[in-house]
Every structure is written in structure tokens, then in C-alpha cells.
Design a protein around this ligand. Structure first.
Ligand code: FDA
Length: 394
């Protein structure tokens, strides 16, 4: 039997942060993970370079059934605090765009830093260690695990969401939450590509697979994102699509402005006067890749010399390009999703300490909670901030 003060289940972003911060406060911390390696998602993140935070992090970058919940933790451990930590470890980084900070070298720099902090603070990290069951005791919790029977005062659930099961994701955190009387809000894949089944749309996506369109405005349910989109064999991806996927529900229409930077009706009218013999297809070729221009000219519009179009016809073309509406068949699901929306209802958790309001000593941190960030380093910032908040109280 092992007796300790704090057990943290899940050695991902939030669990690691919580572990070394609590240990640095002098708490005896045991950090468990059923995977054979800590922080697998960190290693995979940001295309291997880990987009570890965002300069412009604010509560508006997060989705939650309880939008105020994230404010306190984000204010008490900010992006500047994490940047400080990264700088103290001498890890080189850069801003890629839109405040997104990435490692210059590899994501393993960030994981190495977190593990180093854990070692220095004396965290007992055990991998390949699953937990079979958890019982409440008078002074804390008793766990049956691959490491034997464990007793602790505080128990932190940092098991993350359901996305990418091959990286160790499991529904364990939700199961524990339900066991202790917590509400778990319905979960679904977020930051995930769309799939399409409509035959003409599918043919278009297949034909343009690998083509990206810079600077599109994608809108759904009153939320818009302006970024690239990417055609794939199965449908649509790219940053603007991933962002909007978190706001999309099955059946919802997604509207895409393919040229938000252009006053298209005016521009088309000007072109008709300046070069009346130019074909629409040639003109579109100046705005999109040649392949895409040909496809649009063949399937969406009938390509003719510009002088043959009336003003109303050009306006209709502009409207189609600025308000392309489609209904995705679905998403690629947890297999490729970056995050899980929904999760442990934050109305039953303290926003200051991440402690359960139902069971003293039980804490939830990171993605297992119903807090989901936009694309761009926000999800890691939530993991750091919530892990840090809990670490002050466990
Ligand atoms: P996380 O998933 O990191 O950790 C959970 C840990 O719990 C895992 O180690 C897992 O093995 C363990 N676990 C699960 N069940 C268990 C059980 N039953 N027993 C024991 N252990 C268990 N975000 C961002 O801000 N910038 C980025 O660049 C990216 N990039 C990115 C790429 C990809 C491919 C994915 C899938 C995700 C991202 N994200 C991201 C999202 C980010 O990775 C995610 O939000 C955080 O890792 C969440 O941190 P957590 O610690 O909550 O969970």
C-alpha cells in the first residue's frame, strides 16, 4: 500500500503542470498515466512544434456551457507566465501568426521542460499504470491500480478528452465524474475536418484535394473565422474549418466567403469594362489556383467573355463566391479531432481551485472539463492555467 498526499491521474499537459506546481509547494505528488509515455499529445501538437500558448489569450477564445468559468484560472496563470517558464528553460520559440507561439525546434522541448520541472520538484511519475477503481475514504481516496493500493488526500483527474484514442485518450475522467455524482455534458469532436457526401460537393472536394484557399471567412451559428480552408478527399479542413467545426451541429449550414478581402461586385464590373474579352475562367484564375478556377467555371458558372454578362449576372456570381453555403455530412470524429467539446459540467466545480463542489478533495483539470479553446495554443493555455489553479489547493 502506498500513502501519498496527492494523486494525479493523467500525465498530459494539465497533469504535468499540476504535478510540479503542487510538488514545488511541498506536496507529495504521485502522477500516474496508463500510457507508456507522458505527454504524447504535446509531442504530436502543432505539427511537431507545439503551439504552446497564444499571446492574445482571453476568455472569449473558449467555448463552455458556463463561459465565465475559465476567467479566474486564466487570469491567475497567464500566457506570460508560461512564456516566462519557457524562456527560463532557454527554449527558442517564435510567433507564427495571430499570436500563436511555436517552438523553433521540437515539441519535445516543451515536454522535456515539464518533465524536468517534475523531476526537480520530486514528483513520483509512474507510466503504464492504470487505475481500476476509486473509493472515497474518510480523509481522501483509495485507488486500486497497477501500482497496487494507493491512498491520498487529494485526487486530480487530468485524463483529457476523447480525441485520438491512439494517443492514450479514454473516457475515464467522465466515468470518475459520474461515479461521484457529477454531470457530464454531452461530448463531441471539436477542431475537426468536415466530411461531405453530397455527390457534386464530394466530387469537387476530391478534385481539389490538397488545394487551399487563403483568407476565407467561414460562418456558422453567428460565429465567423477568417483563415485558410483546405479541400481534402473527404471534405474540408484547414484552420478556418477546424475553428468553425466547434460551433457546428449536425444539419447546420456553413457559409463560406471565398474572397472576403475583395468588393467582388465592384471588382467584376470594373474588369468587364477594362477587359471585356477576358473569359470568366481566366479572371477566376487570378483569384484561385488554375484548377479551382476551371472547376468553378465548369460547375458553378458558365464561362464566357466578360462582355457577355449583364450586371445582374455578375452580381449573382459575386454572391455565389461570397456566400457559398453547404451542409457538411459530419466530421471526421475523434480519430482526427484536436479536442473534445463538452465534458465535466463546470457549474459543479470551483472556478478558483478546480475542486469538485460535490466531493471534497476531488479536482478536475484540463480538457476533461467543459472548457474548449479555439485553435491557436488556447487549449494548452487552459491546461497550464487549470493545472496551476488546482495545484495551489491540492
Ligand atoms: P491530455 O490529453 O494532454 O492528457 C491526458 C493524459 O491522461 C494522457 O497522457 C493519457 O494517456 C492519460 N489518460 C487518459 N486516460 C487515462 C486513464 N484511464 N488512466 C491513466 N491515464 C489516462 N492544443 C494547443 O493548444 N496547441 C496545439 O498545437 C495543439 N495541437 C494538437 C494536436 C493534436 C494532434 C491533438 C490531438 C491535440 C492538439 N491540441 C493542441 C490540443 C491539446 O493537445 C489538448 O487540449 C491538451 O493536451 C489537453 O491537455 P490535458 O492534460 O487535459 O489532456
Amino acid at each position: 500500500m502506498l500513502q501519498t498526499e496527492v494523486v494525479i491521474i493523467g500525465a498530459g499537459a494539465a497533469g504535468l503542470m499540476c504535478a510540479f506546481t503542487a510538488a514545488a509547494r511541498g506536496r507529495r505528488v504521485l502522477l500516474l498515466d496508463h500510457a507508456n509515455k507522458a505527454g504524447k499529445k504535446i509531442l504530436m501538437s502543432g505539427g511537431g512544434r507545439c503551439n504552446f500558448t497564444n499571446l492574445y489569450t482571453e476568455p472569449a477564445n473558449f467555448l463552455s456551457g458556463n463561459p465565465h468559468f475559465c476567467k479566474s484560472a486564466l487570469a491567475r496563470y497567464t500566457q506570460w507566465d508560461f512564456i516566462d517558464l519557457v524562456s527560463r528553460h532557454g527554449i527558442p520559440y517564435h510567433e507564427k501568426k495571430l499570436g500563436q507561439l511555436f517552438c523553433d525546434n521540437k515539441a519535445s522541448d516543451i515536454l522535456g521542460m515539464l518533465i524536468d520541472e517534475c523531476q526537480q520538484a520530486g514528483v513520483d511519475l509512474r507510466l503504464d499504470t492504470a487505475v481500476q477503481c476509486i473509493d472515497k475514504t474518510e480523509i481522501g481516496f483509495c485507488l486500486q491500480s497497477d501500482a497496487g493500493e494507493l491512498h491520498c488526500q487529494s485526487l486530480v483527474i487530468a485524463t483529457g478528452g476523447l480525441s485520438i484514442p491512439t494517443l492514450g485518450a479514454s473516457g475515464f475522467g467522465y466515468q470518475v465524474a459520474r461515479q461521484f455524482g457529477h454531470t457530464v455534458l454531452p461530448t463531441r469532436a471539436g477542431l475537426v475536418p468536415f466530411t461531405v457526401t453530397d455527390p457534386s460537393l464530394k466530387a469537387m472536394c476530391e478534385a481539389l484535394s490538397g488545394t487551399s484557399v487563403e483568407d476565407c471567412q467561414v460562418t456558422c451559428n453567428g460565429q465567423s473565422f477568417r483563415e485558410n480552408i483546405l479541400f481534402t478527399h473527404r471534405g474540408l479542413s484547414g484552420p478556418a474549418i477546424l475553428q468553425i467545426s466547434s460551433y457546428w451541429q449536425p444539419g447546420d449550414v456553413v457559409e463560406i466567403d471565398l474572397l472576403p478581402h475583395l468588393d467582388l461586385p465592384t471588382w467584376l464590373d470594373e474588369q468587364r469594362h477594362e477587359r471585356p474579352n477576358t473569359e470568366l475562367k481566366t479572371l477566376l484564375g487570378e483569384l484561385f489556383t488554375r484548377k479551382m478556377a476551371t472547376l468553378l467555371a465548369e460547375h458553378w458558372f458558365e464561362s464566357r467573355p466578360l462582355k457577355q454578362y449583364g450586371k445582374a449576372e455578375l452580381e449573382a456570381i459575386a454572391e455565389r463566391l461570397a456566400r457559398w453555403q453547404l451542409v457538411p455530412a459530419g466530421t471526421e470524429g475523434y480519430r482526427t479531432a484536436e479536442v473534445t467539446l463538452g465534458g465535466v459540467d463546470t457549474r459543479e466545480v470551483s472556478s478558483k481551485t478546480m475542486e469538485s463542489q460535490k466531493v471534497a478533495g476531488l479536482y478536475f483539470v484540463g480538457e476533461v472539463l467543459d472548457v474548449t479553446g479555439h485553435l491557436g495554443g488556447f487549449n494548452f493555455q487552459w491546461a497550464w492555467a487549470s493545472g496551476y489553479a488546482a495545484a495551489q489547493h491540492v
